[in-house]
Design a protein around this ligand. Structure first.
Ligand SMILES: [Zn+2]
Length: 433
């Protein structure tokens, strides 16, 4: 063996033996310190109320995924993912790997902190304010830490939903839930029956949005991609009136006309009321989800409608996997994106590449988010929120470090971008001081 070969072999052995670095170790240390020090605004999550075991909380989502047919789960989201052990250690000082024991350690933390528990969880995640996408708020979710984002989907499905529910078992569950939620909105408005005309129905829709705003809502959420594709047309009011007046079980085409009209109406009213419209735009949970129908490009005609220019559209989950289209859409004056759940769908390294593209292109439109939500008793919104917040900070740190090393930005700008993504962009979007 020649000298060169010996040296090469030695190098090879040395490189094999080198400890594998966690991606976090590759983040510039000053950027890392700033990102972990900053108290974030979480643009999208499903925190749970401080409830006792006898008072289960079913209002953390209008379409709870636990009611869906069993389906394969993305690897990092799967509750068996050992990365969640880090959450148990960090939040509850539980160092083992047993799900049941972890759940017990969590129960103790809940008992110890009572109504202060949800805000205590935010403190552990270094999250200042979490947008709580819930049907209703409740105990332990104070408005200074948890801001309400209710659901508007039910408002665009006012007719008989039986035929839509026949498409697959998940939609059957979902449309059953939406029909019930619309009934709840009607009774909260003091109405015992559906209004007889479209104009009457539109007045009811406005009353729901105004009431939710008065009760503290800061945005409205559509998870409509679980129900139908995002390809909203622009039908005339006359056509929508005809379908509404006919009632009964509409044909799919007629019902789409009415839904399209109502979606635009809700979006327009949200613009008038200063409520940004959150839209689930991401491959969704379950095995029947229409991935192609969740492409944010399908909504381009709404973004470009001069009548909707005052409406702020926030593409929740940032359109994954349609990152190219989402990137281009950020150039619209009324479009934002958060990267909630991408934090758990892909690795921090892959997410950092998406963030880098967005930050190079439209840095004031990018929002931090976790999509913290319950999966099992041991992996609840606390654990998914912890892992998502850690991964989201890792991805942001990796993106800024790469931009710094390529001399695209200096340290001052890196710090500014970190603050924008973690806090300032959200503050500007929602008009907070
Ligand atoms: Zn969500």
């Amino acid at each position: 063996m020649g000298k060169f070969a010996i040296a090469a072999a030695a190098l090879f052995v040395a490189s094999c033996a080198a400890p594998v670095q966690h991606p976090r170790q590759q983040i510039d240390s000053r950027i890392r310190a700033e990102i972990w020090r900053t108290k974030a605004i979480d643009n999208h999550a499903h925190p749970m109320r401080a409830t006792g075991l006898n008072d289960p909380d079913h209002e953390f989502d209008a379409l709870p995924v636990e009611a869906m047919e069993e389906a394969p789960m993305a690897r990092r989201l799967d509750p068996g993912n050992p990365e969640y052990h880090g959450a148990w250690r960090s939040l509850f000082s539980y160092k083992g790997e047993n799900e049941r024991n972890a759940a017990e350690a969590k129960q103790k933390a809940m008992r110890d902190r009572g109504d202060g528990y949800p805000a205590w969880v935010l403190d552990q995640l270094n999250i200042d304010v979490m947008l709580a996408n819930r049907v209703a708020m409740g105990r332990g979710l104070p408005a200074n830490r948890f801001r309400w984002v209710p659901f508007a989907d039910a408002l665009i499905f006012p007719l008989n939903n039986d035929s839509l529910g026949k498409r697959d078992p998940d939609r059957k569950t979902f449309f059953g839930g939406e029909t019930k939620l619309l009934q709840r909105y009607l009774s909260e408005s003091g109405q015992s029956a559906m209004p007889g005309s479209l104009d009457g129905y539109l007045r009811f829709v406005t009353s729901v949005l105004e009431r939710q705003k008065n009760q503290g809502a800061i945005a409205e959420k559509f998870e409509v991609a679980y129900l139908r594709a995002l390809d909203f047309g622009n039908p005339s009011k006359g056509d929508a009136e005809r379908v509404y007046a006919h009632g009964g079980v509409p044909s799919d085409a007629d019902y789409k006309t009415l839904q399209d009209y109502l979606f635009r109406y809700v979006a327009g009213e949200c613009g008038r009321l200063g409520l940004p419209v959150h839209v689930h735009s991401c491959a969704g949970a379950g095995s029947y989800f229409d991935v192609a129908g969740a492409n944010p490009l399908l909504m381009e005609s709404l973004f470009d409608d001069p009548a909707l220019r005052k409406t702020k559209f926030v593409m929740v989950h940032g359109g994954w996997p349609f990152i190219d289209g989402m990137t281009a859409l950020l150039e619209k004056p009324n479009v934002w994106a958060d990267y909630s759940i991408q934090t758990l769908l892909v690795s921090p390294r892959e997410l950092s590449e998406t963030l880098r593209r967005w930050l190079e292109f439209m840095p004031d439109k990018v929002l931090f988010g976790t999509d913290a939500s319950p999966i099992t008793p041991a992996v609840g919104w606390e654990e998914s929120g912890w892992l998502s917040a850690e991964s989201g900070r890792d991805a942001l740190g990796l993106a800024l470090t790469a931009m710094l090393r390529d001399r695209e930005i200096d340290r001052r700008r890196a710090s500014q971008l970190a603050q924008m993504v973690l806090r300032d962009n959200a503050r500007h979007l929602y008009g907070w001081k």
